[in-house]
Each structure stands twice: as C-alpha cells, then as structure tokens.
Design a protein around this ligand. Structure first.
Ligand code: FPP
Length: 256
C-alpha cells in the first residue's frame, strides 16, 4: 500500500516536472489527436478488442484533464470516422454505445472544469440514443468558456469538404453568395469545425504515420507528431513531450 502511494507520488512528480518545462506562453492553442492503437493494445493484453476501446475511452478523461492543465484551448479527438462503419457490427455497436457511458459519468467533472463539449461530424447514421446523449452534453456545456473538447464523431475530411461545397453551391443558387466573394475565410465557415481555429499540433498514436481522412483542410499547416505508444497507454507525460517538441519547431507557413 505504502509502496503504491510512493509510486503514484513519483508519477505525479514526474508529470509536474515535465509540465513545468512546458513554456506556458507558446502552448498550441488547438491540439488534434488521432487516438489509434486500441485494438492492438487489447490484443497485447490478451483482451477482446472492445476492451481496448473501453480503456481508450477512459484515457479520453485523462488527456482532457491534462490538456486543461497545460492550457490548451481546443482539444479535438478523432473518436469515430466515416470509414469506421466498415468494422464488424458488434464493434461498431460498442463504439456507438461509448458516449452513453462516458458522458453521464463525466458530465459533472466537465462542467466543474468549465469544459465546453462539441461534436464535429455527420448526424446521419448515428443511433438516436447516441446522438441524443452527445447533444445533451453539448447543450449542457455550451455556455462554458474553458477548454473546448471537440469530438470528431462520424467524421470524414473528404465528406466534410464535399458537404461544405454543396452548401456553398446552394447558397450561390439562392443568390446569398457570389463566386468572386469566395476566399479561405469564407470557405472555412462552411466546414464542420466552424469557428474553431485550425489545429496547431496533430498527434497520432500507435506508430501509424498517416492522416486517415482527418481534418484535411484544417491541418494544412499543423505540426505533426507521431508516437509508437498505443492510445490507451498515452499519458500526460507523452502529451507534454509532444508539446515540448512542438515548442522547438519553427513554423514558417511557407514563408521566410
Ligand atoms: C482507433 O484504434 C480507435 C478508434 C476507432 C476508436 C477511438 C475511440 C475512443 C478512444 C473512445 C472515444 C470515446 C468517446 C466518449 C466517444 P483502432 O481500433 O483502429 O486500433 P488498431 O489500430 O490497434 O486496430
């Protein structure tokens, strides 16, 4: 018991030490994370793959609180992609059920920490109950002014762009916009990310080095950071390392 107490104090100390080396003045405003490796984590632990998703869901809490402590303003998490529907039905059903476990358990803490929950994704195909749970959390926290916790849920970057172009064409046909008015700042208003700033830093766990149809427009100038660590094992200390690396980068946006 005493040994465990010392171990957890040791972990807290190392988190604290790493946090204090992060320069609070240049923390990325928006961090986006591709939470990958849940199933491989489960296989490594001899568990059914849904156990990986469950542990991954619990880690959402840890990393949300870490983002808040570090001073990140927006945390976008890729929780379910438009391509994930191709997975076995039992796995999809399980993933669709996670919000019903996560939000009732977490909403009190999210409210207490002034976190604003958002959803970035397509409503179609989502089970009624899942959508209702997420929308309830969004509604309950909409006036909060702290960290924005943005769930990319039933999200696909290409679909988002097509959908935006469709809406734009409808507005053009209705005469509310003209082709010569279109610029980047106008187009971004049609995207699902709406008024959120573009991610400054993209983190992907589990050793895969690709974007997988995630925020294709918004990630144009993001700094990319990859780690071999599976999402359920990704801790605040890994998060701090990503931020420390980010702070060493020189962002040129194609200039200089
Ligand atoms: C990718 O790992 C992960 C997912 C498709 C699901 C991610 C979802 C969570 C972490 C929980 C989200 C929480 C809420 C509240 C919605 P993978 O399954 O592709 O793993 P693999 O790469 O090892 O196969």
């Amino acid at each position: 018991m005493l040994k465990r107490l010392f171990q957890s104090k040791g972990k807290a100390d190392s988190r604290e030490a790493a946090r204090s080396s992060v320069d609070k003045k240049s923390v990325p405003e928006h961090v986006a994370i591709i939470m990958d490796g849940n199933r491989r984590w489960a296989t490594e632990h001899g568990l059914p793959r849904v156990a990986g998703h469950h542990t991954g869901m619990n880690n959402v809490r840890e990393i949300t609180m870490a983002a808040d402590r570090l001073g990140v303003h927006v945390l976008t998490l890729y929780a379910f992609s438009t391509e994930n529907w191709k997975r076995p039905k039992d796995e999809v059903d399980y993933l669709m059920g996670l919000p019903q476990e996560f939000f009732p358990k977490m909403i009190g803490e999210l409210e207490e920490k002034n976190v604003q929950v958002r959803m970035m994704g397509h409503r179609e195909l989502l089970p009624e109950q899942t959508l209702q749970t997420v929308e309830e959390a969004v509604k309950r926290t909409e006036k909060n002014s702290g960290l924005v916790l943005n769930f990319a849920f039933n999200y696909g970057g290409r679909k988002e762009i097509l959908h935006s172009v469709q809406k734009l064409m409808e507005d053009a046909a209705a005469g509310t916009v003209r082709a010569d008015q279109l610029d980047e700042s106008m187009f971004r208003q049609y995207l699902l990310s709406g008024d959120l700033p573009d991610p400054d830093l993209l983190i992907r766990t589990s050793g895969e080095i690709r974007l997988s149809n995630f925020m294709l427009w918004q990630l144009a100038y993001a700094e990319l950071w990859f780690t071999e660590v599976f999402w359920p094992d990704f801790t605040e200390v890994h998060f701090q390392r990503a931020i420390l690396d980010y702070q060493k980068r020189v962002r040129r946006y194609g200039g200089l």
